[in-house]
Design a protein around this ligand. Sequence first.
Ligand code: SAM
Length: 197
Amino acid sequence: MPGLVVRMLEDLELEDDHSVLEIGTGTGYSTALMCHRLGAERVTSIEVDPEVAARAADVLQSCQYAPALVVGDGLAGYPGRAPYDRLIATCGIRTIPAEWIDQVRPGGLILATITGWLHGSGLALLTVAGDGTARGRFLPGCGGFMPARAHAAPALGRLSQWISDGAAERVASIGPEILDDWMGRFVAQLAVPGVST
Ligand SMILES: C[S@@+](CC[C@H](N)C(=O)[O-])C[C@H]1O[C@@H](n2cnc3c(N)ncnc32)[C@H](O)[C@@H]1O
């Protein structure tokens, strides 16, 4: 994971005067790197798990970094310190929340791993337009994070239950080996976002 975090920070094209919103404080590692690069006063980080957030706060304090740390659901962003120049999500998401687009200034960047219930992931870099939209592309390479809480897959349930619920068997035109390939898995996931493994 540290390799992916460092790569994402490079892709974020941070400049000295940028303010950043991070979703998923986790250990505080990426938060610390951004504090070092920008100064802690320009960094806001949100963590949904209060115990994880408390541990990260201790670690960051021991490194003498004092960013704005928020405990809550990062899918809603943090309007209190918006607008941000950059938003980085170090948890996987299925869709980009509209709140993130609203809270990043026009021309600012959003960098997030798009993931899903087939556990495929792609790194999306978007530029915010200022009209409620953002456009961008998937960057080369692979790697992903645990899904954001509200975007995690629901429990699969039992096969016997599906059959008694009337699920039909049919022949598939593409074999399951497509899921062995990272790109194949990601594209399959985009095609059938409601399917999980
Ligand atoms: C891969 S870790 C983050 C890595 C972190 N940036 C680091 O350097 O350690 C993902 C984190 O996202 C948090 N998370 C999951 N869903 C979230 C949400 N909806 N809002 C904020 N944080 C969330 C998890 O609790 C976890 O700590």
